[in-house]
Design a protein around this ligand. Structure first.
Ligand code: AFP
Length: 331
């Protein structure tokens, strides 16, 4: 039986074949893996250690913070506190980015993350995720982060479900790892994951349908209406965790939607954050052959004006996202 390929081995081999690589990006990805193991451990024991429930605070968007939102954020910030790899870390949970500039003046990267995606699932032991994005340091200020999603160097997510998974891309395909708890290592499960061109499922919070544009409602109605030739309808698959839903569709095909919502705060009426959620997952999904759109624009082309900007999101298989765009254009 061939030896299992660990995350560090895979990354080192990829790095060796990349011209001009210094190995710093590889180290950064490995640090993220260590942080994810600590987060997974905290999640697994949260019900026993009194770590469930609210932290009694709110994030910059005014959303309630859970104790584990705060803990996961601290673990990630700490992960880059040494090694000189990162200049800035921005997070959904912090109003201003954390600067490592004084400690790491030579750092070449900035990181962004949503430490605990799907936090309403924490207290019910549902699926959760950590999303990350890695960008280049230019001058070490926030301006480094307010650039198009196409400038991401790497992006991905950890999925905390029955297994802990890592899915990431450095722009050369999407690779999938699973944590082997018996040895505490992420092992390669699939390299160059390709997303089905078309799927059978859709994920959307349909409780918000009253606040959608007519075109969005018509699109979801079409998914639920039997196809005249095949009788086929789409199945609803909504987990309240973007990572969980996107991961399902990465493997099985389908579309996740959080459309513009008349009740949602923020630019364009979207709920999800451009830098911490939409663009990192858009990078992954495009690298696997899928699409990500606001309905009118490619997600990766958007240049956010501020750190915590939000946008509408349609992400998934090429066929469904392209169909969604035709409906969104009518709205
Ligand atoms: P958090 O990152 O604040 O936990 O939000 C979760 C999320 O961004 C995404 O993961 C879910 O799909 C979506 O919001 C759930 O939103 P609704 O509660 O409005 O359905």
């Amino acid at each position: 039986m061939p030896a299992a390929i660990t995350l560090d081995r895979f990354i080192l081999e990829q790095q060796r074949s990349a011209a001009g690589s210094t190995g710093e990006l590889s180290l950064l990805l490995v640090r993220l893996g260590v942080a994810a193991k600590r987060i997974a451990d905290a999640l697994a024991r949260a019900g026993l250690t009194g770590s469930l429930g609210s932290a009694g605070s709110a994030n910059v968007q005014g959303e309630e913070q859970k104790k584990l939102d705060v803990l996961a954020n601290e673990i990630l910030i700490e992960a880059f506190d040494y090694g000189g790899l990162v200049s800035l870390a921005a997070s959904e949970e912090m109003e201003h980015p954390h600067s490592y500039e004084a400690k790491s003046p030579e750092a070449r990267y900035a990181v962004l993350f949503d430490p605990m995606d799907g936090s309403s699932n924490i207290d019910v032991n549902g699926t959760l995720g950590t999303i990350f994005s890695i960008r280049r340091r230019h001058d070490g200020t926030v301006a480094d982060l307010l650039r198009a999603g196409t400038e991401q160097v790497a992006a991905g997510y950890f999925l905390f479900g029955p297994a802990v998974l890592l899915v990431y891309t450095c722009g050369d395909g999407v690779h999938l790892f699973a944590l082997d708890p018996s040895i505490g290592e992420f092992l390669l499960v699939r390299r160059e994951v390709r997303m089905p061109e078309r799927g059978k499922g859709y994920a959307v919070n349909e409780g918000r349908a009253h606040a959608w544009a007519p075109g969005v409602r018509a699109f979801v109605e079409q998914l639920k209406t039997p196809d005249p030739k095949t009788g086929r309808v789409y199945s609803t698959r909504y987990s309240a965790s973007l990572v969980g839903d996107v991961h399902r569709f990465l493997l099985e095909g389908g579309i996740y939607l959080y459309p513009a919502d008349a009740g949602a705060k923020g630019d364009g009426g979207g709920k999800l954050r451009v830098l911490y959620e939409c663009q990192p997952l858009a990078f992954v999904v495009e690298q696997a052959g899928g699409r990500a759109s606001t309905g009118r624009r490619r997600v990766l082309d958007v240049v956010p004006a501020s750190l915590h900007e939000r946008m509408p999101l349609a992400i998934g298989s090429r066929a469904e996202v392209e169909l969604f765009q035709t409906y969104a254009a009518r709205a």
